[in-house]
Design a protein around this ligand. Structure first.
Ligand SMILES: [Ca+2]
Ligand SMILES: [Ca+2]
Ligand SMILES: [Ca+2]
Ligand SMILES: [Ca+2]
Length: 393
């Protein structure tokens, strides 16, 4: 717990629908504020920073030259790295076999001017002490990153998705071709997955899409949702292939089309679904299910968010089906949970508010207290706070 931060412990129980309660208890959480007054709070990343087997929380602030991490289970705030170029917009954590963490922080981001994007990829290998920044590569406009074994060799690479490529517009509204790349940190060699994404790309998630030994990549941007994977080139080698699997929404009043973020989930029966925020910094939430021909069919499940940004998909009630978390980072804010009951097969999603005092830029799920229930961490963009929501039985 941060010194001076006001600890709040409250029990949040959503409205219980009669039919849902007869079948099982509703998802509920106990919330804990672990930091407040964080200027520029933006994203959070989870990972075992100190190698003790417990998942810790990293908080990115776009205003600070420091990145903090919060040590599970007492959530003591500590400095992960200092002296970095603002703005820090993403972090990714990987652990080797001995539990030692490799951590990447993406800094030097500038939302309104591509030319000002230094795109510094900072590499940290723990040791718990705060260290000066070690920039191992520069990827202009780098905005999202994730570790995953995308080539199936047993080691995890770092996939980096810039918000845009070079162009006349600001990165957030860019229509230029946008690259998707990967690195083997701290090796500065840049590997290209594709340079042909069109326009702003704001969402990145890794998933084992086709069940082989390689993790596959999903991106979301102005041109829709793309699946990127290594496939056979027919001559005994592998090559990168990028397929658009969903178009996202038509252009909205801002002129932005497509999708701004992407998550993959499972319905209780095991069927895969995609969840998206549409478009980039948009207000629509959509769920996609594949039809008999494998075409991903869009279903709008909510709209009217001012700037939906906090986004997570996980099984919070342990029934085998995933719920969807969305937080509006502007306007009235709030954290909302959408659940589809087993018999509804993903066709109907009920919304409940689980917090009215949080406007999150990011929400990440994990079982933080090892009780078998999925918990949630949200970073408050507007509310400038960091909260953990422990899943309750
Ligand atoms: Ca830990
Ligand atoms: Ca690999
Ligand atoms: Ca569930
Ligand atoms: Ca838990």
């Amino acid at each position: 717990m941060t010194p001076g931060a006001k600890e709040r412990l409250s029990i949040l129980v959503g409205a219980c629908l009669v039919t849902a309660c007869a079948a099982r208890g509703p998802v509920s959480f106990t919330s804990l504020t672990i930091d407040e007054g964080v200027e520029g709070a933006y994203l959070t990343a989870l990972g075992d920073v100190n190698g003790d087997g417990r998942m810790d929380v990293i908080l990115l602030s776009v205003r600070s030259p420091e990145v903090f991490w919060y040590e599970n289970p007492h959530w003591t705030r500590q400095t992960l790295v200092s002296g970095i170029s603002p703005a820090a917009v993403a972090a990714a954590v990987d652990s080797d076999e001995s539990g030692r963490a490799r951590i990447i922080v993406l800094t030097g981001f500038h939302r309104d001017d591509y030319e000002k994007n230094t795109g510094e990829l900072v590499f940290l290998q723990r040791g718990v002490e705060a260290r000066a920044a070690e920039v191992f590569a520069r990827e202009p406009a780098a905005h999202r990153a994730a570790f995953g074994d995308i080539d199936g060799d047993g080691d995890r690479e770092l996939v980096v998705a810039p918000l845009s490529g070079p162009g006349e517009e600001s990165p957030i509204d860019s229509l230029a071709p946008t690259p998707l790349v990967y690195y083997d940190p701290p090796d500065p060699t840049r590997h290209i997955i594709t340079e042909q994404l069109s326009g702003t790309v704001h969402g990145l998630t890794l998933v084992r899409w086709d069940g082989d030994e390689r993790e596959d990549i999903l991106t979301a941007g102005f041109d829709g949702v793309f699946l990127h994977r290594l496939v056979s080139d027919g001559a005994g080698s592998l090559e990168w292939r990028s397929d658009r699997i969903a178009a996202g929404r038509a252009a909205d009043e801002t002129g932005r089309a497509g999708a701004g973020d992407i998550r993959v989930g499972r319905l209780a029966g095991g069927e895969r679904f995609l969840a998206t925020i549409e478009s980039v910094h948009g207000g629509e939430i959509a769920v996609y299910r594949a039809d008999d021909r494998g075409v991903w069919r869009r279903r709008l499940i909510d709209h009217g968010f001012e700037l939906a940004h906090g986004f997570a998909v996980a099984d919070f009630d342990g029934d085998g089906g995933d719920e969807i978390i969305v937080s509006d980072s502007r306007g009235a804010g709030g954290v909302f949970l959408y659940e589809s009951h087993n018999h509804e097969n993903g066709l109907k999603w009920r919304r409940r508010q689980i917090d009215d005092a949080m406007s999150a830029g990011a929400c990440e799920p994990a079982d933080l207290n090892s009780d078998g229930r999925t918990d949630l961490v949200c970073a408050g963009m507007l509310t400038r706070n960091l909260k953990v929501y422990f899943g309750r039985r």
